[in-house]
Design a protein around this ligand. Structure first.
Ligand code: TRP
Length: 448
């Protein structure tokens, strides 16, 4: 019996963590930034980062959560050896990044809600029409976007207040396999097109002359983003893990599922896009401009697939959103004795309000007043998250687990699952490769 319980919670954890990782980052953001930054070489940097640094950091963050068993701020305090510097005891505040991400994440979830409506009332039949439908929403419907953003804030809030874990795990058991199935189905369908080969070559044939410094920075930032590293999300999920959970295996699974889904989405989206004569650098509307056309061409069944697809995407987004707010809620409850409802209310209000400004920053008639450094607030926040905040969260965790925590404690958690050689590689990656890579990025970002 004991064994059975342990096994379930391990699978449950992998699915929860995968549910937090698999989100808009995979299906909305990854294809769109791959398009903007020119394809192959960008994808290569993203994959290499996940392999060399991302997986290691994911495991490191799981380790901190499992050992600390509390909110991020407390974990950084209790897991540091006595007399550690002041800075370490404050590093846990990185959970605030989750709310910053939510200011635009929730807006995009709103767009997906809108596409559920589009699926029922009439999908666009041509590339041109698909672009018009999206642009009308994106730049010309601020009040509709605000209503949808509000809906998303409320749904996330309600799930958080009612307690997360069980419900979410159950949804994920159905959801992640369903998304994979739909994407696989679409991929097999697109294999019949000439554009399939073109999509593969766009994504996997690197042309390093297209790789700007900015592209490298965003590829690295995104690989942290997509794995949900660096803000205490994974820590919050890992906080309730039983002692013997194999976090090495869990980390590998989560990274594999997450990367697989992103690549699949990319291939599918670019195949359909190229087939109907679209250009890859479409920006945040890419997924909404490429897939609806094919759904409409499939006829009646296409409407069903469109509904399932956007429903799956909405749920993937919502489960990730929950994990973005959860660390703040956990902190307010534990450290400030907020009631659950109060903690959820105040965290939600914060990102809800900034989300309204984010919407205005892309809306005709308002956008001029909401720019930062020449960029709309929407783009500026996304960019700041990838190029600065995600790397910062990642490096803090790497340095903490690599240098502040005692080696024998870290070894005790992992050696049994990893074996000696893999442990040494992992430890090296945490202590040296990750911090140096991030430093290199910071240096380049400053030069930009
Ligand atoms: N990884 C999620 C996605 O790809 C977003 C996300 C959830 C996230 N939790 C996070 C990003 C924590 C950074 C940190 O959509």
């Amino acid at each position: 019996m004991q064994n059975h319980v342990a096994k379930f919670s391990r699978v449950g954890f992998i699915l929860s963590a995968a549910g937090a990782a698999v989100g808009l980052g995979n299906i909305w953001k990854f294809p769109y930034i791959t398009g903007v930054y020119g394809g192959g070489a960008f994808v290569m940097v993203y994959l290499v980062t996940i392999l060399l640094i991302g997986v290691s950091l994911l495991i490191a963050e799981m380790l901190m959560g499992k050992r600390g068993g509390a909110d991020a701020v407390s974990n950084f305090q209790t897991e540091a050896p006595k007399g550690s510097s002041w800075a370490w005891t404050k590093a846990g505040y990185l959970f605030v990044i989750g709310l910053i991400i939510m200011t635009f994440y929730s807006v995009v979830i709103g767009w997906i809600f809108y596409y559920l409506y589009v699926a029922v009332t009439g999908l666009p039949t041509s590339q041109k029409e698909a672009e018009d439908v999206f642009n009308a929403l994106y730049s010309n419907a601020p009040y509709l976007q605000m209503a949808l953003h509000t809906l998303s804030v409320v749904i996330v809030g309600v799930v958080l207040v009612r307690g997360v874990k069980n419900g979410i795990e159950k949804v994920n058991v159905v959801l992640i396999p369903m998304l994979i199935l739909i994407l696989l189905g679409l991929m097999f369908y697109s294999m019949g097109y000439d554009s399939f080969g073109k999509a593969l070559s766009f994504m996997f044939n690197p042309d390093f002359s297209k790789l700007s410094g900015e592209a490298i920075i965003r590829a690295v930032g995104h690989s942290f983003f997509t794995l949900s590293i660096g803000i205490g999300s994974i820590m919050a999920y890992a906080a309730s893990l039983p002692k013997h959970t194999n976090i090495f295996q869990a980390g590998l699974w989560v990274a594999f599922l997450d990367t697989f889904i992103a690549l699949l989405a990319g291939v599918v989206i670019f195949s359909f896009l190229f087939q109907f004569g679209g250009e890859p650098a479409k920006g945040p509307g890419l997924v909404f401009m490429s897939l609806p056309v094919i759904f409409s061409q499939l006829g009646g069944i296409g409407i069903v697939i469109a509904l399932l697809f956007f429903l799956g995407l909405a749920f993937a987004g919502l489960t990730s959103a929950i994990s973005l707010v959860e660390p703040t809620v956990m902190y307010l409850e534990r450290r400030w004795s907020f009631s659950k409802g109060g903690a959820v209310f105040w965290s939600s209000l914060l990102y809800f309000a900034v989300g309204i400004l984010v919407i205005l920053s892309i809306s005709d008639g308002f956008k001029e007043s909401f720019t930062i450094g020449g960029k709309p607030l929407f783009d500026a926040l996304e960019f700041a998250v990838d190029s600065f905040l995600m790397p910062l969260g990642g490096i803090l965790i790497a340095l903490f687990v690599g240098f502040a925590m005692k080696r024998d404690i870290v070894e005790g958690e992992l050696l049994g699952h990893m074996g000696n050689t893999v442990f040494k590689i992992w430890y090296f990656s945490i202590r040296f490769i990750a911090p140096l890579a991030v430093l290199f990025l910071a240096y380049n970002a400053l030069k930009m």
